[in-house]
Ligand binder design. Structure first.
Ligand code: PEP
Ligand code: MN
Length: 340
């Protein structure tokens, strides 16, 4: 962190600030006296220093961070890729490509077991299905709740696929700890800090979706919350962000993959379904995600999209999903990876 002092601030005042910074924050401060002003360089762990408070000091012109405010998620302090183990399925690490597939919501035993069999046969490694649904309207289907998790467990018993489902509130943490293999934190809850802290206490890995309008740094800071609370197994999921474009549901931000790769060691997967909002756009976006280096995909698949209780328009039929997997496979190999 660098603090630029206002012109003309006395050396006594500067030394007093240096002493306070060193005492209160355990950092070492180097002072450079320029022609018009002095610059303080803070060395040490500055992540916990509140920049705004320093800016309030009348003698301070400007405060700049030279280091990112995230530590545990930062690639600088952890150069190798993290591989997250989801009940035996490795996600991340550059060699494997993990496909998560399944319906937006669990609707019935037949539906979820049938889709689980189909997506497994096509090459998916993990089964998704929402049981607690974050819906824009309180009058829309809210999910089957705990019963939905039981049906996911039946599909898991039938196919062996580990299950992924969204945790919406801290009160369900224990339930998810017991039942779910990969705990999803949805876009709308990306900055629900209480939920993130509780997710950090779980032993299960977390799939952290990017918020509707959040920057890479805000997203990584949310991963940092989970990691700081003790759970270092976090997978990031780019699912499109809000832009001025209304043709698509969201705009898939493919730049996120190389950017996050540079900023963090955590695995990153892409959800083309929620990004596009339209089933026919899922295939080209999924291909692009592979090409840009994602560690995997999350794709919505429904046995009867026109009658789906949630997100039917963006869901692939099992046939279309199998076709997509056939097209992705050579591209995954070209990238030097293999389906896990
Ligand atoms: C979902 O995965 O079904 C979902 C609600 O996604 P998002 O949080 O990205 O909108
Ligand atoms: Mn959905």
């Amino acid at each position: 962190m660098v603090i630029v002092m206002k012109p003309g601030v006395s050396q006594e005042k500067i030394q007093a600030l240096v002493a306070t910074l060193e005492k209160d924050h355990g950092v070492t401060v180097g002072v450079t006296n320029g022609v018009g002003c002095s610059i303080l360089g803070l060395v040490g762990d500055t992540a916990h220093i509140d920049m705004d408070k320093l800016t309030m000091n009348d003698d301070v012109e400007r405060v700049m961070r030279v280091q990112e405010p995230y530590k545990k998620a930062n690639r600088k302090f952890h150069p190798e890729d993290t591989v997250v183990d989801v009940s035996g399925v490795p996600v991340g690490g550059g060699a494997g490509f993990a496909v998560i597939a399944g319906p937006c919501s669990v609707e019935s035993e037949d539906q979820i077991v049938g889709v689980a069999r189909d997506v497994k046969a096509a090459g998916a490694a993990l089964l998704r299905g929402g049981a607690f649904k974050p819906r824009t309207s309180p009058y829309s289907f809210q999910g089957m709740g705990a019963d939905g998790l039981e049906l996911l467990l039946e599909a898991k018993a039938d196919t062996g696929l580990p299950i992924v489902s969204e945790l919406m509130a801290p009160r369900y943490c224990q339930l998810f700890e017991e039942k779910v293999d990969l705990v999803q934190i949805g876009a709308r809850n990306m900055q629900n800090f209480d939920l993130l802290k509780e997710a950090g206490k779980l032993s299960k890995p977390i799939l952290l979706k990017r918020g509707l309008s959040n920057t890479y740094e805000e997203w990584i800071m949310s991963a940092e919350y989970i990691m700081a609370a003790g759970n270092e197994n976090v997978i990031l999921c780019e699912r499109g962000v809000r832009t001025f474009e209304t043709y698509t549901r969201n705009t898939l931000d493919l730049s996120a993959i190389p950017a996050i790769r540079r900023m963090s060691h955590l695995p990153i997967v892409v959800d083309p379904s929620h990004a596009a909002g339209m089933y026919w756009m899922v295939e080209p976006l999924a291909m692009a995600a592979v090409a840009v280096g994602a560690d995997g995909l999350m794709v919505e698949v429904h046995n009867d999209p026109p009658h789906a209780k949630c997100d039917g328009a963006q869901s692939l039929t099992p046939d279309k999903f199998a076709h997509l997997m056939g097209k992705l496979n050579p591209l995954i190999e070209l990238m030097g990876k293999k389906l896990v």
